[in-house]
Design a protein around this ligand. Structure first.
Ligand code: NAD
Length: 456
């Protein structure tokens, strides 16, 4: 039976963006074998050739910026301004890692005694198996592929089915920019292809939901190959009474409802400390009610919207108060009004799991200690924001919050591509992505001892 992968426009579900035949596990194994065959040549081509190729991909992305932004909007429903930002960031990431081939790949050490040379040298693993989610359909494939390729691995990427067209276009642009055949392969697919990639690659990088990520980590670890997994977040925002509450409310509305809350770093729990509670609640309700399609957009599909509305309804049935939103408007597309709830019971799934939509809970905390305890009361600790004018509070929060990213007076949802990125506790496994950390992840260090041959 031929299985087809389809991806539809979330704003206009009658619009089929792409349909491709599912390649199956055997095709994944064949792609990895081809990638393995060309990897020594890609490494031997040298730093100059790899740097130039990555630089040309950056140029190709820039040259097609409008088309790519339009495709992101159409395929995953991202608002245009954010889609343009993602394309610019994609080009910047290729360009940033285009410099990496020239960076030092090790260090020289003195021998403990006698003549000789001791050195470390980082080498690529071979074929990087990359598994991506749909929500950043160009940036995430890029922040995995670019560092992997820069240091001499070849790469096979399996995108999320919902982002198939974006990933295939990226592969076309890379090929058009002169990347040699089989150095970077995009193979569409679902769970079967993803599992086959984890079973065959020499190093695995996964981004996606917590349940799938844990299975990927187990499978890769069982095979003894290095694996990193960046997973879901249940991100908190702490608002202190001394904060600029208007600015905090604007940042929170962006972090809750921007791209319909479909960022792993979106805020889903707002913790207002002491006297901040009432004014923040009122300002945030207003700010969320002002959010429009240019900032929010639809959620990815019907199942996601139904899951969100059902969760809001069940929280209200369990005693929560809906302060705003939470309804699906009568219109085409998978839209949901951004929602803010309070008094959600602590054991309700909305308070414990990532729902990946424009929905947040508002909590009151008596003081900073209680706020930090509430923020830390989750295994899904990716990004936490803190809104305050007090340096002491900012420093205490930076020290005591469990999250992998701590952002003071900024939305939880921003990311700098040149710094390490990842979560704490159950939100992350293995080395960080992005920045120098990614170059370390895709290489392993060798220790080389060079001693005199004698007789000279
Ligand atoms: P998902 O877990 O459903 O899918 C992620 C990828 O895994 C897809 O390519 C999918 O096809 C593949 N997959 C599914 N089953 C598999 C299996 N058994 N073996 C191997 N691969 C398999 O996630 P999604 O819905 O595409 O993306 C949304 C999720 O991604 C959210 O949970 C979000 O928080 C998370 N995310 C995390 C980060 C981060 O850096 N922490 C960034 C973006 C998104």
């Amino acid at each position: 039976m031929v299985v087809t992968i389809t991806s539809y426009n979330p704003a206009d579900p009658a619009d089929l963006v792409v349909a491709v035949e599912e390649p199956g596990a055997e095709a994944v194994r064949a792609a990895v074998a081809r990638a393995r065959a060309v990897q020594p040549g890609w490494l031997a081509a040298g730093a100059g050739a790899r740097s130039a190729a990555l630089g040309r991909i950056a140029e190709a992305v820039e040259a097609h910026a409008d088309e790519l932004a339009g495709l992101i909007v159409r395929e995953v429903g991202k608002p245009l301004a954010e889609a343009r930002g993602e394309v610019a960031r994609t080009a910047a990431i290729w360009r940033y890692y285009a410099q990496a081939p020239f960076a030092p790949s090790g260090a020289v050490h003195e021998t403990a005694a006698g003549p000789g040379l001791l050195l470390t040298r980082r080498r690529p693993y071979g074929v990087a198996g990359l598994i991506a989610p749909w929500n950043f359909p160009l940036a995430i494939p890029t922040w995995k592929a670019a560092p992997a390729l820069a240091v001499g691995n070849t790469a096979v990427l399996k995108p999320a089915p919902e982002a198939t067209a974006c990933a295939l276009r990226l592969a076309e642009l890379a090929a058009g920019a002169g990347l040699p055949e089989d150095v970077f392969t995009v193979l569409p697919g679902g769970a079967e292809e993803g599992a086959a990639l984890v079973d065959t690659a020499d190093v695995v990088s996964f981004t996606g939901s917590t349940g799938v990520g844990r299975a990927v980590v187990r499978a890769a670890t069982e095979r003894g190959v290095p694996v990193q997994a960046e997973l879901g977040g249940l991100n908190a925002a702490l608002v202190l009474p001394d904060a600029d509450l208007a600015q905090a409310a604007a940042h929170l509305a962006a972090a809750i409802a921007g791209y319909a809350g479909q960022k792993c770093t979106a805020t889903s729990r707002v913790i207002a400390v002491g006297a901040a509670y009432e004014p923040l609640r009122d300002a945030l309700v207003k700010a969320l009610e002002l959010v429009d399609d240019t900032a929010c957009g639809p959620v990815i599909n019907a199942a996601a919207r139904d899951r969100l509305t059902a969760a809001v309804d069940s929280a209200v049935a369990a005693g929560a108060t809906l302060l705003t939103g939470g309804r699906a408007p009568e219109r085409d597309g998978w839209y949901l009004e951004p929602a803010l709830l309070t008094d959600v019971p602590a054991e309700h799934p909305l308070a414990r799991e990532e729902f990946f939509g424009p929905v947040a809970l508002l909590h009151a905390a008596a003081d900073l200690d209680e706020a930090i305890a509430l923020a830390n009361d989750t295994p899904h600790s990716l990004s936490t924001s803190v809104h305050t004018r007090s340096l002491d509070v900012a420093l205490a929060a930076a020290d005591r919050l469990d999250a992998g990213m701590i952002r003071v007076n900024a939305p939880s949802s921003g990311v700098d591509f040149h710094l390490p990125f990842g979560g704490a506790k159950g939100a992350s496994h293995g080395e960080r992505e992005q920045g120098q950390a990614a170059l370390d992840f895709y290489t392993v260090s060798r220790t080389v001892s060079v001693l005199p041959g004698g007789g000279a």
